[in-house]
Design a protein around this ligand. Structure first.
Ligand code: PEP
Ligand code: MN
Length: 263
């Protein structure tokens, strides 16, 4: 169902009036985790000032260690809903268990399925049964074929509103947190009819690489770029080393937009 061969036209994913996959390139910015209303509002204000529409933030955080901050859960989803209404933004947030898919419908605009759950088939099936766009991230060690099959799981249940997101894969290279597989973008665009985003934060894990990698993503034809922004990364409860602060975010947008104008 996701194959370009069967369905040559691009799928357009509609999110609060935005048409993702229709040529315009989007930016999904926001903190790694929702920590408080004030924290998300500070980022939402900056996102709004940049004229952007899509805000991210995790309420359920699948952390490597069980002793790390696990997210605010439903409380976090409620904060996102309030922010979305107050700032007229669309919010994207990760859901990690099939039982929470229903709950998410009331609070968020796009359900994210994270890298660690790309092959959680029950979660994929549950995501396929709702009428809500899904942002599906590539697994840490998933081949492109496995990634496409994960999207097929969702679509086979009836939900065709899927955005694919390349977020780096695990290789022997340690200079970056993961290795950004930039050629996955044109391959996914060729093999499927779905919009493709690139998460420059989790693929690199390095603030100094966000701008060049975002430029590469846009140049190679990605439909959107995701990156993490926190009002004070030094005190962030997760991914503190890789999130941009507001000033860095503004600089990022300026540089990347200047690049887009030359494309
Ligand atoms: C995230 O986007 O918050 C996240 C945890 O990313 P990933 O699933 O790609 O690691
Ligand atoms: Mn993160």
């Amino acid at each position: 169902l996701v194959s370009r061969k069967k369905h040559p036209e691009n799928t357009i994913v509609e999110v609060k009036g935005e048409r993702i996959g229709d040529g315009k390139q989007y930016f999904v910015m926001g903190p790694c985790a929702v920590e408080s209303y004030e924290q998300v509002a500070a980022v939402a204000e900056a996102v709004k000032k940049q004229g952007l529409k899509l805000l991210r933030g995790g309420a359920y955080k699948p952390r490597t260690s069980p002793y790390d901050f696990q997210g605010l859960g439903v409380e976090g989803l409620k904060i996102l809903k309030r922010i979305a209404d107050e700032f007229d933004l669309a919010v994207i947030s990760e859901i990690v268990t099939p039982a929470d898919i229903e709950i998410a419908l009331d609070y968020i605009d796009v359900i994210q399925i994270g890298a660690r759950n790309m092959q959680n088939f029950e979660l994929l099936k549950a995501a396929g049964q709702v009428n809500k766009p899904i942002l599906l991230k590539r697994g840490l060690a998933a081949t492109i074929e496995e990634f496409i099959n994960a999207a097929e799981y969702i679509m086979s249940q009836g939900n065709g509103q899927i955005i694919l997101c390349e977020r780096g894969i695990r290789t022997y290279e340690r200079a970056t947190r993961n290795t950004l597989d930039i050629s996955a973008v044109p391959i996914l665009k060729k093999e499927t009819h779905l919009p493709v985003f690139v998460d420059v934060t989790h693929s690199t894990g390095r603030r100094d690489l966000l701008i060049p990698c975002a430029k590469a993503a846009l140049a190679i034809g990605a439909d959107g770029v995701m990156a993490e922004v926190h009002p004070d990364p030094a005190v962030a409860l997760s991914d503190s080393a890789q999130q941009m602060d507001i000033a860095q975010f503004n600089e990022f947008m300026e540089e990347v937009r200047a690049f887009q104008r030359q494309m």
